[in-house]
Design a protein. Sequence first.
Length: 100
Amino acid sequence: FDPLTPPSHEDWSEMAAAAVQDWLTDNEDDLDVDVSELFAPGTVKSAVHGADGDLIQLNIPRTFNGVVVTGSRATATVKGGNLISIGFESWGTIPSSFSV
């Protein structure tokens, strides 16, 4: 498909998730977020509003060593191709020595 005009809601979701992941990776030090704890395969949920993907909402659960961190997630909203909000719920530093 043409990457500038994805044909389906799934394509819009994938494109938005990839863009948000890139943005978070570029800003993870400033945000004090470890992007490796996000975007585990099959965990990102999305809602696409409008046939042209005008508004896309992402729910990105946090994982640690492959285990979902209950209640901890990132959210993102993309409107008209622009990231307009990013949020983190129940976020804190997990010590690298923590064992699951």
